[in-house]
Design a protein around this ligand. Structure first.
Ligand code: RB5
Length: 148
């Protein structure tokens, strides 16, 4: 699967580790920047990743900043994006199973490289459970559409 990746300067190292993991898992990581440690603005990269998913260019995404919070706030402004900020492997598994999260947000300054990669592995090896959870996602989509 094509997976969109984005980070700011504070998430660069973990993004690179996650890209290597995704390749190992047989996915195709597509990096939307940042590309170096110069200070940049996380909304620019969250928007690029969200749009790549909205257009169907990529199936899922990963966004990394210092805390993961700015990335998750931004990504969740985009219709159809279900971005989950995860700090442990259980959250990553549960948000795939129950929320069908399509963007994983990570805080490199919070979880570091080792745990960050383990969280990403849990996220990208867990499937959506469907059933009653789909009904709840339909309600989120209705809220987004202004129907509720
Ligand atoms: C950058 O200093 C920092 O604010 C950013 O990486 C992120 O943590 C924001 O939520």
């Amino acid at each position: 699967m094509r997976i969109a990746l984005g980070s700011d300067h504070a998430g660069l190292a973990l993004k690179r580790e996650v890209a290597a993991l995704l390749t190992k898992l047989g996915h195709e990581p597509i990096d939307f920047g940042a590309t170096d440690s110069a200070s940049v603005d996380y909304p620019d990269f969250a928007a690029a990743v969200a749009r790549a998913i909205q257009t169907g260019d990529c199936v899922q995404g990963v966004l990394v900043c210092g805390t993961g919070i700015g990335m998750s706030i931004t990504a969740n402004k985009f219709r159809g994006i279900r971005a989950a900020l995860c700090t442990c492997e259980m959250e990553a598994r549960m948000t795939r199973q129950h929320n069908d999260a399509n963007v994983l947000c990570l805080g490199e300054r919070v979880v570091g490289l080792g745990l960050g990669v383990c969280i990403a592995e849990a996220f990208f090896t867990t499937d959506f459970a469907g059933d009653r959870h789909q009904r709840r996602l339909d309600k989120i989509a209705a809220i987004e559409a202004g129907e509720r």
